[in-house]
Design a protein around this ligand. Structure first.
Ligand code: ATP
Length: 553
């Protein structure tokens, strides 16, 4: 105490109390700050996820067929990448704000103490800025490369998991692991090179930092020597400067980190920026009365079409067909003739390159898309069931349906008996993509789902192909008894249900009003089963003879 002035004890005591209170305040302000940033980060992440998911769901079918829009890629964009925004805001932004404010306070204080000293202290700052900017640029490129390489691994994982039965039956586990290993080696190589580059840049920044200290000390001595600063002020200014050192260092580390995190978001933001082509041109929903129902007339007028992913291959070539409301029409023909494509165009999954698709004599582009799709029921060969209960799967898209309506639809689809035999009945969860059910059971649940929708146009794309002959007969006659092709399914109303059935098994379609035979994207024959069979040189009669002979053999 001998070295200190008389009131030193009192002054130190006063500052100790102030410091104690500041510490206390810091405790609460930190909690508050992290709470706010955490909340803002979580909100920003959720908003971004919602916006991205909505763009993905509203995208046209063709967009999903682009190789870069695989399930793995889109899942990574919507789930993983978006978490970066939370990391940046919640974890990094608060620290960045703290660093910037302490640097600003230190600048003001050291200028107030001695502006010459402050000038000397900050004269070296541009060196740090240059080093920092170099770091930022290198970190940004680095992050993009690595995330691109990891996308291969993500796609590989999701594809292998969702197709695990095929993978296992073809014993492809080793091959997939080999591909995964290759996908992992790529980022490793990138990381090795980039680490060296990153380390060198960090070295430059630290080297400049130490040089600044040296210049600062020399200036201190020079200023004292010339009588332009007191020793006390020099120490104060130097101390203030020294206190900002960790903040400046942290800032230079954090900024590249934030930049690389934001670079990861680039592909997600690209998705967000895109405009979905079909929706952009859509007719407002308000132009249709929700209660209105289309009558069911369908016409294709000189429709030509190529899939966007194979633009040079013409799938439909001047395809024309007129279907009356309530007619039962069958589309048959060799594999690849374009039958399912006809359905895809009617549902407006794609736009024809030429010609028009009409429903009730009106171009389908003049209907609101969602409204139109609600009137059309599609059952596919490989029906997609969701990992939900059977009740929820049948009621999918008809959330207001009562239990009685669901049971009625299941009965019509000849699946009620099977469901009733399950211990959990309609509450049985069917597994991922309905993996806990047989192909035929899945098809019948999908038919029940569509029956419940009471569509004006029913599209059956090999919808009963997995059923045995007897089961198929029961389902088809149940649909016929309910009046598909005559009146609305499941209701004794005067409204009609037009049905178009695609089938390879000709017995499925023999009762159709009109059978349309397609080959290479065009109609080659048209007529009733009897008429077509009697044309002995016709495509249909040839197909029929082959099937009858096959059945006899
Ligand atoms: N999404 C797609 N992208 C590119 N080409 C496609 C796509 N879907 C189908 N194709 C091609 O279009 C042609 C017609 O296919 P489509 O599924 O309409 O035939 P299909 O008559 O229903 O055949 P199948 O009886 O085997 O189901 C085929 O050559 C097929 O390879």
């Amino acid at each position: 105490m001998a070295y200190l002035g008389t009131d030193a004890q009192r002054i130190v005591g006063k500052y100790s109390v102030i410091l104690f209170l500041v510490g206390f305040l810091t405790f609460f302000s930190n909690i508050f700050q992290h709470y706010i940033y955490g909340l803002v980060g979580e909100r920003a992440m959720n908003n971004l996820r919602e916006a991205l998911f909505s763009v993905v769901l509203r995208s046209e079918v063709g967009w999903f067929e682009e190789p870069r829009n695989s399930v793995g890629f889109l899942t990574a964009r919507v789930v993983s990448d978006t978490s970066m925004i939370k990391t940046v805001i919640s974890d990094r932004m608060s620290v960045i704000v703290q660093c910037i404010s302490s640097i600003l306070i230190a600048t003001v204080l050291s200028t107030a103490v001695n502006w010459r000293m402050a000038l000397a202290v900050y004269a070296m700052m541009p060196c740090h800025l240059i080093a920092g900017l170099v770091q930022v640029r290198s970190a940004k490129g680095f992050a993009t490369d690595v995330s691109t390489s990891h996308q291969k691994l993500i796609s590989l994982t999701s594809e292998a998991v969702s197709n695990i039965r095929t993978v296992a039956s073809f014993v492809q586990e080793e091959e997939i692991l080999r591909k995964a290993d290759l996908a992992l080696q790529e980022p490793m190589r990138t990381i090795r090179m980039e680490s060296i580059k990153y380390g060198a840049l960090q070295g430059v920044a630290l080297c400049l930092w130490h040089m600044t200290h040296a210049v600062q000390l020399s200036c201190t001595i020079a200023l004292i020597g010339k009588g332009l600063a007191t020793f006390e002020n020099c120490v104060r200014s130097y101390q203030t400067f020294a206190l900002t050192v960790p903040s400046i260092t942290e800032l230079w580390t954090l900024i590249p980190m934030v930049m690389s995190a934001l670079a990861v978001l680039d592909p997600a933001l690209d998705i967000l920026d895109r405009e979905t082509q079909i929706i952009v041109l859509d007719v407002p929903k308000a132009s249709h009365d929700e209660e209105d129902r289309i009558v069911g007339g369908v016409a294709f007028e000189g429709v030509s079409f190529s899939y966007p992913s194979r633009a040079k291959v013409t799938i439909l070539d001047g395809f024309s067909l007129a279907i009356e409301p309530g007619q039962r029409v069958a589309l048959v023909g060799p594999s690849g003739a374009g039958k399912s494509t006809v359905f895809a165009l009617l549902l407006r999954f794609y736009e024809p390159s030429q010609g028009r698709v009409l429903v009730d004599s009106k171009d389908i582009r003049d209907y609101n898309l969602k409204w139109l799709r609600r009137q059309i029921g599609l059952v596919q060969q490989e029906p997609i069931l969701f990992n939900l209960s059977i009740r929820e799967n049948i009621g999918y898209g008809n959330e207001g349906a009562s239990e009685a309506e669901i049971v009625e639809a299941a009965t019509e689809a000849n699946i009620h008996e099977f469901i009733s035999g399950l211990s959990a009945g309609y509450g049985t969860v069917v597994g991922d993509k309905g993996s806990q059910l047989s192909g035929g059971q899945k098809q019948r649940i999908a038919i029940a789902r569509t029956i419940l929708k009471k569509p004006a146009i029913l599209l059956l794309d090999e919808a009963t192909s997995a059923l045995d002959g007897e089961s198929e007969r029961v389902v088809m006659s149940s649909l016929a008894a309910k009046g598909w092709g005559k009146s609305g399914i499941g209701e004794a109303s005067s409204s009609t249900t037009t049905s178009i059935t695609i089938a390879h098994r000709l017995s499925t379609v023999a009762n159709a009003d009109v059978i349309v035979v397609m080959e290479k994207g065009a109609v080659v024959e048209l007529g009733s089963h009897e008429t077509l069979v009697s044309a002995s040189n016709g495509v249909y009669s040839r197909m029929y003879r082959v099937q009858v002979k096959g059945a006899k053999d």
